[in-house]
Write a protein that binds this ligand. Structure first.
Ligand code: GLC
Length: 425
């Protein structure tokens, strides 16, 4: 096959894009709001440059707080007010049903692009036949582990939470005894926000305790496996995890990990490329493995995450905004994001891309993990998902903080969720 240069590929892809949309009448200045972790803000400028050059439009990223929960609150205010100065929103995979009414239907404009993506991801962004947002990357977490430390202490990569806890404690104790006072066994996201819903869903599901609310709408969270899962996690706080983990989001966990002060970390793939960066103390020293399972008879569970781009119904520059959305969800931008931010593409063929596999080996390795990932109950709970999730993470946070037992908090949660559900989701 003839090898095309990056530039040739780029102009071919953009040519096709522009042909589909017709040349723009005038240069527009777009505003794109997005939460940002790691190097996403810097990279956005490089990412959109080819599109800006090809179309003559420009785009400015308006960075949001890192917490997806805070972003959601802000987006809802803007959208409820019909804000016309924001053209595109970067949206979390769980938001489509709640925000659908505010976004442009992309079904028709994406009819050639959408079939190149994993069908389940397109499905997650489709609400009553309307394609609400286009996927730009998907997400499924990993257990990051320090190869060097496991080797030094003769420990295997753990496959159950009990093994993880045992190994974390062992290495933490040994390293502290040898003078490394700052080392911790395990860091994760324990702050009271959406990220804790993701972490706790993984514990509960992997202990055989279900998915909070099942696909058919049944509230399942008050059960003894879920209780056991939360009590197990509570046992980590102050032993293998710092007390401060109850305020950690993704970036705090990564910060501690990247200074070399943790044996294990639960985080999304974006932390892979950054962990191997020049300024990282753990460059080349770590591996990734699926999250541990709860033990006998139950498997590993990874929460399905991911981000999309939506075009605001209130934008006065929709044609240019749609062109940008198609570009960001397309193969060139997804490949760039994979190479520089180790984000998992949503375009099937990129999992066979040799350049991506060489630069970010986690990507092909993680295809099976995200394809088997557990969705949060945003589809069955529809417009009430955010409230359901907030009640869940609060119950979990209380339990982890020693504010009531898991059994008490889950019993109360069931009552609250039943009330929110009312006569139906
Ligand atoms: C990641 C996931 C997103 C999730 C968030 C929680 O960004 O992609 O889906 O809601 O983490 O913190």
């Amino acid at each position: 096959m003839m090898k095309m240069t990056g530039r040739a590929l780029r102009s071919a892809a953009l040519g096709a894009l522009m042909a589909g949309l017709g040349a723009p009448a005038m240069a527009e200045e777009l505003f794109y709001v997005s939460g940002a972790v790691g190097n996403a803000v810097e990279n956005f400028k490089t990412l959109v440059k080819p599109w800006e050059e090809a179309t003559g439009h420009t785009v400015t990223m308006v960075p949001m707080p890192a917490s997806t929960t805070d972003q959601f609150g802000q987006y809802r205010l803007w959208l409820a007010a019909g804000a016309s100065d924001i053209d595109l929103y970067q949206t979390d995979v769980i938001w489509a049903p709640q925000l659908a009414d505010h976004f442009v239907d992309l079904t028709e404009v994406a009819k050639d692009l959408a079939p190149t993506h994993f069908p389940s991801i397109i499905e997650s962004q489709t609400v009553n036949g309307k394609l609400v947002a286009l996927p730009i990357f998907t997400d499924a977490p990993a257990l990051y582990y320090r190869k060097d430390l496991l080797e030094k202490h003769g420990k295997a990569v753990p496959t159950t939470w009990a093994e993880m806890q045992e190994t974390a404690q062992f290495i933490q104790d040994a390293e502290r005894a040898a003078g490394d006072a700052d080392i911790w066994g395990f860091v994760w996201q324990g702050n009271a926000y959406e990220g804790l819903t993701c972490n706790a869903l993984e514990w509960v599901k992997s202990f055989g305790g279900g998915q909070i609310v099942e696909a058919d709408g049944t509230i399942s969270v008050n059960n003894e496996n879920a209780v056991a899962a939360l009590e197990t996690a509570k046992g980590w706080v102050g032993t293998i995890s710092p007390e401060g983990v109850l305020a950690y989001q993704e970036e705090e966990a990564r910060g501690l990990w990247q200074t070399g002060n943790a044996v294990f970390m639960r985080n999304w793939p974006y932390a892979y490329g950054l962990g191997n960066g020049e300024d990282s103390a753990v460059k080349g020293l770590f591996g990734v493995t699926p999250l541990p399972s709860g033990g006998e008879g139950s498997g590993s569970a990874a929460t399905l995450g991911g981000w999309n781009v939506a075009v605001s119904k209130y934008s006065t520059k929709q044609e240019a905004a749609i062109s940008l959305a198609l570009y960001l969800a397309g193969p060139e931008a997804q490949k760039q994001r994979a190479l520089t931010e180790s984000n998992l593409p949503t375009i099937v063929s990129l999992y066979d891309d040799a350049e991506i596999a060489a630069a970010q080996p986690i990507i092909p390795q993680w295809k099976e993990v995200f394809l088997n990932a557990v969705p949060r109950p945003s589809a069955p709970t529809l417009g009430k998902y955010n409230e359901v999730s907030a009640r869940f993470w609060s119950a979990v946070h209380s339990t982890l903080s020693g504010n009531g037992s898991a059994a008490e908090n889950l019993e109360l949660l069931e009552v609250e969720l039943t009330d929110i559900k009312g006569s139906g989701w």
